[in-house]
Design a protein around this ligand. Structure first.
Ligand code: ADP
Ligand code: MG
Length: 518
């Protein structure tokens, strides 16, 4: 959701904020452009110049003014998450480790299974994709049958879907291989029909033998039935996959990215089935590379799966600020026009992202968003202040997304906390939240959970970074939680009220009063 800047943000809002007005006033001479430009200004300018009768000016279109400034980006795509870089600074060691293990596949043997760990944005997916491309290229060069299949388990998150996706990929690959072979054989066949000596250089001793081989291949192709995305029993899907992989000799590396999501959602059956395949395969071999953001996910695995999957482990540590600078610089050289970045921009993006557990994705998001904000300001340089605005925007986007997708009950609890804060209540405790929560539930006809459950929901909000709940000791009265909001009140309230159920509550004052009555 940070991919684009829509019109509702970074407009008048940010220019009213004293923190933001600094740079635009100082850096621009034109009074008009010291405000964030918007379409109204542009249209108004055009109408003005149009009325002077200057035909050249009059023909200026809606977008001319916006296009006029020096563009900041040379190639913005390289800053997007979908872009796979070909150089990955500070990941040489991990990439070499992967390659050393996987080179076995190019010798026709089965590589050990690999488990890769590291927090988000530490380059796991980018490195794995890089290695898999190299592996496939080299296997083609030396004509060793080796294939890599990448699956993102956050999207493909059940055993059925993983197996079906794999089955269909291999079914399609097999069909291609069969088609090629049939084409070659039919060519030989047509020549052999003219001249029987054509067969001498082949393994076939008669036209009949050749014809029946072609028939057999056609039959094989018909046998491969694509697996539907639902509906089959899982063991049928598994055996389709098994047969498709084993159709001819090859080494298959299956990359399961976000493997922790698969295990969390669907248990470890898939991994169990995949890891025991080699003992039954006749022609091919399978090796698994699992990639996980969660360092502890193997705790939930069957011990057999755990030891098989973790034959080799590679850790991706977080990047520090200096490493993030190198990564950003390499991308920025391609992404931005020559002098578009002022000196502080990359170090600041790197510093912010280093605080965010060394997340390169965050660093790149910051850099891209800062560039977009500068573009919007119609300046030709990205300044430090654009990075600060980008940081706030990304943080706010995150909060909005987390709040928007909360379950209704959590939204009501959060709304109760907001109402208390807005009414100046300090050191909010669980009991106070519960009283308001109860009244809100009654008002919108929602089930009322127990105070215990509400306490749990508050802890969840705490873990999400939306509220801060600290346990304080009240001496002999035991302990209580003191709750405060960790996100901007107005924006969060607006997101909550955009939920149709909460939006129905119009007068909230009585609820806050009620806390004194209970
Ligand atoms: P992960 O899979 O560990 O969450 P990714 O591989 O998706 O992280 O990396 C996040 C973003 O950062 C991607 O856009 C990726 O291209 C970039 N990135 C990560 N590490 C590097 C690196 N060493 N060099 C260049 N870009 C990197
Ligand atoms: Mg990843």
């Amino acid at each position: 959701m940070t991919d684009s800047l829509d019109d509702s943000d970074a407009g008048p809002d940010t220019s009213e904020d004293p923190e933001y007005s600094l740079s635009s006033d100082d850096d621009t001479t034109d009074a008009q452009s010291s405000q964030t430009p918007d379409l109204d200004d542009v249209v108004f300018d055009n109408l003005d110049t149009g009325s002077t009768g200057d035909s050249d000016e009059a023909s200026r279109g809606l977008f001319d003014d916006l296009l006029e400034g020096e563009p900041i980006f040379e190639n913005k795509e390289v800053l997007r998450p979908s872009y796979t870089p070909h150089k990955l600074p500070h990941r040489e060691e991990q990439i070499n480790n992967m390659a050393t293990i996987l080179v076995t596949a190019l010798r026709g043997d089965t590589p050990s299974n690999i488990l890769i760990y590291g927090k988000t944005g530490t380059g796991k997916t980018a490195s794995a994709k890089f290695v898999s491309e190299e592996l496939e290229t080299t296997s083609q060069k030396y004509e060793v049958p080796c294939e890599v299949e990448y699956i993102n388990c956050e999207v493909t998150d059940t055993q059925y879907r993983v197996l079906a996706q794999l089955a269909n990929k291999f079914i399609n690959k097999n069909a291609d291989v069969i088609d090629d072979r049939i084409e070659t054989l039919e060519d030989v066949l047509s020549r052999a029909r003219e001249d029987a000596t054509e067969l001498e250089a082949t393994e076939f001793d008669s036209v009949d033998a050749l014809e029946s081989e072609i028939d057999a291949l056609e039959a094989d192709k018909d046998d491969f039935e694509e697996v539907p995305m639902t509906g089959w029993p899982t063991d049928r899907v598994y055996s389709s996959f098994f047969d498709a992989v084993d159709y001819h000799e090859r080494v298959v590396v299956i990359m399961l990215d976000e493997i922790d999501k698969l295990v969390e959602k669907s248990g470890d059956d898939t991994l169990y089935n995949l890891s025991r395949m080699n003992s039954e395969l006749e022609n091919s071999r399978v090796s698994i590379m699992g990639i996980s953001n969660d360092l502890k996910f193997t705790d939930f695995l069957d011990p057999r799966v755990k030891s098989s999957l973790g034959e080799e482990e590679i850790v991706f540590p977080p990047y520090d600020a200096n490493q993030l600078r190198d990564i950003l610089q390499a991308r920025a050289d391609v992404a931005f026009k020559g002098s578009a970045l002022s000196d502080d921009v990359i170090p600041l993006c790197a510093a912010f992202a280093a605080q965010e557990h060394g997340d390169a994705r965050r660093a790149l998001d910051l850099l891209r968003t800062a560039g977009e904000l500068a573009e919007r300001d119609q300046t030709d340089q990205v300044e430090e202040d654009h990075v600060r605005q980008a940081q706030e925007k990304i943080e706010l986007d995150r909060v909005v997304e987390v709040v928007r997708t909360l379950p209704t009950q959590s939204k009501i609890v959060l709304f109760a906390i907001i109402l208390l804060e807005k009414n100046g209540v300090r050191n909010i405790n669980t009991g106070e939240v519960f009283n308001i929560y109860k009244n809100l539930c009654e008002e919108i006809d929602a089930d009322v959970l127990t105070q215990r459950r509400v306490t749990d929901l508050i802890s969840e909000l705490d873990m999400l970074g939306i509220v801060n709940a600290v346990v304080v000791s009240k001496g002999r009265y035991g302990r209580t939680k003191e709750i405060s909001l960790s996100v901007p009140t107005e924006e969060t309230e607006a997101v909550l009220l955009s939920d149709s159920r909460l939006g129905d509550i119009d007068d909230v004052q009585p609820f806050v009063q009620a806390r004194f009555d209970n």
